[in-house]
Design a binder for this molecule. Structure first.
Ligand code: NAD
Length: 390
């Protein structure tokens, strides 16, 4: 079957790859740089590294540092206004997915009419017609893969929504693991399981292809075998390098194959309870995979092997059960609560969560097992009771 594969046009990866920033800003002919980042990275001094490189080029630099985690659409609107006001001609995004997603929106929506909310997937009244400003994305977490996807996520009152278009794809991704060394253990864990979820959901997706399979399996191997070390010892350089490549590959995999049930059920947790994206994916991962397991036993056996286990004499069914158990163990080992109760979510909230998750039809369509409201409620209930399906 013919397959469409889309990659970000140019990437620099590996330790020290930030050194390519200057030549790329010059190649893209940027004169008025909009640097999008969050206040914490600014305080940490990571932003100063970028500013120093840009200052050597004698450019105008406007720095927007008001990005917040899981950014509400209002922050995106404010940033777009800032880009228009400063007549920026190139955007550099530095940070986790929150900063990178907003950088994408600044680059594209600032050259269009209207507000960000006019372009949201669930409620769009306008469509993206033209390429935005040249954009360079530099992740400082090993998680979202936002640097290689055409998606920007914003938080709404009770859920999340996305703007998605190929014009949101960055011109350049710079994926330098050195920038992730300062990540605290909790963020390393949440963002790392987010990346693992991308790879796993891409591998079992209805839209999986030979290319996305290769990317996903390598990502699963790198992440599942390094995440514990990266969480335990943030100065473990090899673990940071593996996580950086793992999240980059997982991003490429899910951009091409899509994510599904875990993300659909995680979005309302982020929207209604402000749980970090990585944590909300992580707490649901074993329960969603446990529920859909009968529809993708062979693929879950492959995942089990990629995690470093030998399925040897096990049947597909047995290996798929073990895969779910190992996913649950991994989430626990990196210190993420293994039930919704661990995030102070009450049983009464499950109905409202189910209503919102069922609206994520774009995501649910890629699940190897169709997931209706009853299925979604059953998964939330299992995640509440911490009972993995047999
Ligand atoms: P984040 O960007 O919200 O950052 C989390 C925290 O980590 C912040 O406090 C930040 O300051 C801190 N941080 C980041 N880098 C650091 C570093 N090197 N050292 C110390 N602290 C650091 O977290 P995230 O998980 O990377 O991004 C989450 C957002 O990305 C959510 O809005 C989510 O919906 C979105 N997302 C987007 C895509 C996509 O394809 N566009 C995919 C998945 C998730």
């Amino acid at each position: 079957m013919a397959e469409k594969i889309t990659f970000v046009p140019l990437s620099y990866t590996g330790w020290g790859s930030l050194s390519y920033l200057q030549q790329e800003v010059q190649r893209l002919k940027g004169q008025k740089v909009l640097l999008v980042t969050d206040p914490f990275l600014h305080e940490l001094g990571l932003t100063q590294k970028i500013i120093a490189l840009l200052e050597e080029l004698n450019l105008t630099i406007n720095i927007y540092t008001k990005v917040v985690p899981e950014p509400p659409v209002a922050v995106a609107e404010e940033l777009v206004a800032y880009a228009r006001e400063h007549q920026s001609d190139i955007v550099v995004g530095l940070g986790g997915g929150s900063a990178l997603d907003l950088a994408k929106l600044a680059g594209v929506i600032s050259v269009h009419e209207g507000d960000v909310k006019d372009y949201l997937n669930l409620s769009a009244t306008r469509s993206i017609e033209q390429k935005g400003l040249p954009t360079i994305l530099i992740p400082t977490t090993s998680g979202t893969g936002s640097e290689v996807t055409n998606i920007a996520v914003v938080s709404l009152e009770s859920t999340k929504d996305v703007v998605t278009h190929d014009y949101l794809l960055a011109d350049v991704a710079i994926v330098d693991p050195e920038l992730t060394m300062s990540l605290p253990p909790k963020v390393t864990a949440a963002t790392g399981v987010d990346a693992l979820t991308h790879a796993i959901e891409a591998y079992v997706s209805q839209n999986a292809s030979t290319v996305s399979d290769a990317l996903a399996l390598q990502a699963i191997q790198l992440i599942s075998q390094s995440i514990r070390s990266a969480v335990k010892d943030g100065q473990n350089q090899q673990a940071r390098i593996d996580m950086s490549y793992g999240s980059y590959l997982a991003g490429l995999a899910f951009f091409n194959a899509g994510v599904a049930g875990v993300h659909a059920l995680a979005y309302p947790l982020g929207g209604q309870f402000h749980i970090a994206h990585g944590d909300s994916n992580a707490v649901l991962l074993p329960y969603v995979m446990g529920y859909i397991r009968p529809s993708c036993e062979k693929r879950m056996k492959d995942i089990y092997n990629a995690m470093g286990f030998n399925s040897g004499y096990l049947s597909q069914e047995e290996a798929s059960h073990k895969c779910v158990q190992e996913l649950q163990r991994l989430v626990e080992d990196v210190g993420i609560p293994s039930s919704l109760k661990g995030f102070d979510i009450s049983e009464e909230a499950l109905t409202g969560l189910t209503e919102d998750a069922a609206k994520q039809t774009r995501l649910l369509a890629r699940s190897p097992m169709p997931l209706g409201k009853d299925d979604i409620f059953a998964i939330y209930k299992a995640a509440y009771d911490a009972v993995v399906f047999k």
